[in-house]
Design a protein around this ligand. Structure first.
Ligand code: GDP
Length: 372
C-alpha cells in the first residue's frame, strides 16, 4: 500500500514537471517489474497497451519517469511509434525554457549536448512531421543530424566558455570578503524565492512551477544590524540529471562556498520527507553536507492533505497545527536549529530571524575574534 502511495506521488511530480514544461497529461501508466527491461524498459504487453492508447487518443508524447538508455529510447520509439521523452530530457527542456542569462543558457546547452551525444543515432525520422514541442528545444534537429564531431567541438567550446565564467564568478565571490554568506537550499517549489523576497525586500521571481529560479541571486540582508549575504539557488529535485549537476557547477559553488545553509522544506507537501532526503543526498554529492545548517519548515499556513477525490475519507488530521504542536513533532528534534514558518503570511518570522541571526553571529564572531 505504501509503495502504491509512493508511486502516485512520483507520478504527481512527473505530471507537475510535464505541466511546467507546457504539456497536459492525459493518462498515467504504471508497471511493477523487479527490474526494468534492458531493451524496452517496460514489458512488451505494457508497451502494446500504451501504443494502442496513444493511437486511439491521438497522444503526441509518452513521458517516462526514469532516464532511459539510448537503446531503450530508440526501441520504444520504434515499437510504440510515438515521441518518447524521459525524465532527464523533460527536466532539460524545462531548464532550457527557463534559462534567461547567458550563463544559464550555456549550462543548459552543454547539458543538452551531453545528453544528446550518446543518442545521436536515434532520429525521429518516422515522426518528421511532428517537429518542435517538448524535448526539441535547444539543439535543433538539423544539429542532431550533424555528426558527433561537431557536437563534441561544441561541447568543448561550451566547457571553455563556462570555465571562463566560473573564474569570473569565483573572483566575484572572493571579492565579497569576509561577510557571512548564507545559501537557501531546498527542493524545488518549497518557497525559497518567496522567503528571499520576504527577508531582503527584493523582488525575486516566485511562481508555482518547478525551477522558477535557475540563476543564483545574491542579496544583502540585515537582521538586527548584522549584515550578511543571502543566495537563492536552483531548486533540487529527485533524480536531478547528472549532466545538470555537473554543468551547474558555479550555481552549486554558491552552496559549496556558503558559510551557512538554510534548508527550506515545504511541509504542506505530502512527500516532504523524501524531499529532505533528496536535498541531503545532493548536498553530499557536492560535498556540502557538513556545513552549519538550519531547517526552515515552510508553508505552515497551508498544511492539509489535498483529497484526491470525493470518496477519499482520509481525515485531514494534520490541519491547523499550532506552533506549539509543531515544536513537539520529530521535525523539531533535528540536530539542526529548526523553525516553522509561513513565508507567505510571515507567521513566526521573528523566531526565524532570531535563529538565523544567532547562527550568522556565531560564524561572524569566529571570523572577527578580536571584536568583543
Ligand atoms: P522556490 O521554487 O523554492 O523558490 O519556491 P517559490 O518561492 O517560487 O514558491 C513556490 C510556490 O509556493 C509559490 O506559488 C509561492 O507563492 C508558494 N509559497 C511560498 N511560500 C509559501 C507559504 O508559506 N505558504 C503558502 N501557502 N504558499 C507558499
Amino acid at each position: 500500500h505504501q509503495d502504491e502511495d509512493k508511486l502516485q506521488e512520483y507520478m504527481d511530480e512527473l505530471e507537475f514537471l510535464a505541466y511546467t514544461a507546457g504539456a497536459s497529461v492525459d493518462k498515467r501508466f504504471t508497471q511493477k517489474l523487479t527490474q526494468p527491461d534492458s531493451k524496452t524498459f517496460i514489458g512488451s504487453g505494457k508497451a502494446q497497451e500504451i501504443k494502442e492508447y496513444v493511437k486511439e487518443n491521438n497522444i503526441g508524447t509518452v513521458i517516462f519517469d526514469d532516464e532511459l538508455s539510448p537503446s531503450q529510447l530508440k526501441n520504444l520509439e520504434r515499437e510504440m511509434e510515438v515521441k518518447i521523452l524521459d525524465r532527464t530530457n523533460l527536466i532539460l527542456d524545462i531548464f532550457a525554457q527557463r534559462a534567461t542569462t547567458s550563463y544559464a543558457r550555456t549550462q543548459v546547452e552543454l547539458a543538452q549536448y551531453q545528453y544528446l551525444l550518446p543518442r545521436l543515432t536515434r532520429m525521429w525520422t518516422h515522426l518528421e512531421r511532428q517537429k518542435g514541442g517538448i524535448g526539441m528545444r535547444g539543439p535543433g534537429e538539423t544539429e542532431i543530424e550533424t555528426d558527433r564531431r561537431i557536437i563534441r567541438d561544441r561541447i568543448s567550446l561550451l566547457k571553455d566558455k563556462l570555465k571562463t565564467i566560473d573564474k569570473q564568478m569565483a573572483t566575484q565571490r572572493n571579492n565579497r570578503g569576509k561577510v557571512v554568506r548564507a545559501a537557501l537550499v531546498g527542493y524545488t517549489n518549497v518557497g525559497k524565492s518567496t522567503l528571499m523576497n520576504a527577508l531582503s525586500k527584493s523582488e525575486v521571481f516566485a511562481e508555482n512551477k518547478l525551477f522558477a529560479t535557475l540563476d543564483t541571486t545574491v542579496r544583502k540582508v540585515v537582521i538586527g544590524n548584522l549584515p550578511f549575504l543571502l543566495t537563492d539557488t536552483v531548486g533540487f529535485i529527485r533524480k536531478l540529471p547528472t549532466q545538470l549537476v555537473e554543468s551547474f557547477k558555479s550555481t552549486l559553488d554558491e552552496v559549496r562556498e556558503a558559510d551557512l545553509l538554510i534548508h527550506v522544506v515545504d511541509i504542506s507537501h505530502e512527500s516532504f520527507e523524501d524531499h529532505i532526503d533528496s536535498v541531503n543526498q545532493i548536498l553530499m554529492e557536492i560535498n556540502a553536507h557538513q556545513k552549519p545548517m538550519v531547517m526552515v519548515f515552510n508553508k505552515i499556513d497551508d498544511f492539509s492533505y489535498e483529497k484526491k477525490d470525493e470518496d477519499d475519507l482520509t481525515p485531514s488530521t494534520k490541519k491547523n497545527i499550532s506552533l506549539d504542536e509543531w515544536k513537539k513533532t520529530w521535525m523539531a528534534k533535528s540536530k539542526y536549529p529548526t523553525v516553522f514558518i509561513s513565508a507567505l503570511t510571515k507567521e513566526n518570522f521573528p523566531e526565524m530571524k532570531k535563529m538565523i541571526y544567532d547562527e550568522v553571529m556565531k560564524i561572524h564572531i569566529s571570523r572577527f575574534p578580536y571584536n568583543d
